[in-house]
Write a protein that binds this ligand. Structure first.
Ligand code: FES
Length: 170
């Protein structure tokens, strides 16, 4: 069966071929793994944060698609030099705009990039035993969509079981 290519913008294709800040950061202050239950893809975000809570460096590893690599690349570029409070406010919609728009079936890939960033920021404050006022108690939509490895594995196992049972009933 031939597949119809997705309508990706030039910018997404460019960043997919030449992503910025791709790779593990050995001296990261904090990292967060995040997976998306819709597609099962995983990414890891690494942040180097200084004493003033400013992000000095950000990198990512992605086992996701072109849209995820492009949006993660944009997020890691944008947060450089930002205070954590400002980085927290980055929305997946603004990131999607910056890559020239995402096809609707790929919204979750951009949400995953922002969710991983937020998970890393939350993990940083947890590690420090602090909770700034601007950090919401409840997980935000993006964080909920960017599941921890274990949660993701559970959901995927459940989905597989349901699919198996479904095929038995055919
Ligand atoms: S399809 Fe999974 S991250 Fe894009």
């Amino acid at each position: 069966m031939s597949r119809v290519p997705l309508p990706y913008s030039q910018k997404i294709l460019e960043l997919f071929r030449n992503p910025k800040n791709l790779g593990k950061m050995e001296d990261a202050t904090v990292s967060a793994v995040a997976g998306n239950p819709q597609c099962g893809d995983m990414i890891t975000f690494y942040l180097k944060i200084n004493e003033e809570d400013v992000i000095e460096k950000a990198t990512f590893e992605s086992y996701g698609c072109a849209a995820n690599i492009a949006t993660s690349s944009i997020v890691t570029e944008r947060v450089k030099g930002m205070k954590l409070e400002d980085a927290w406010k980055i929305t997946w919609k603004s990131v999607a705009e910056e890559v020239g728009g995402l096809p609707a079936v790929k919204f979750h890939c951009g949400i995953l990039a922002v969710g991983a960033l937020r998970r890393a920021i939350r993990a940083y404050y947890k590690m420090k035993g602090q909770k700034p006022e601007w950090l919401p108690e409840e997980l935000t939509f993006e964080e909920k969509q960017a599941l921890e490895e274990e949660e993701l594995a559970k959901i995927l196992a459940k989905k597989m079981k349901m699919a198996e049972e479904g095929s038995k009933n055919v």
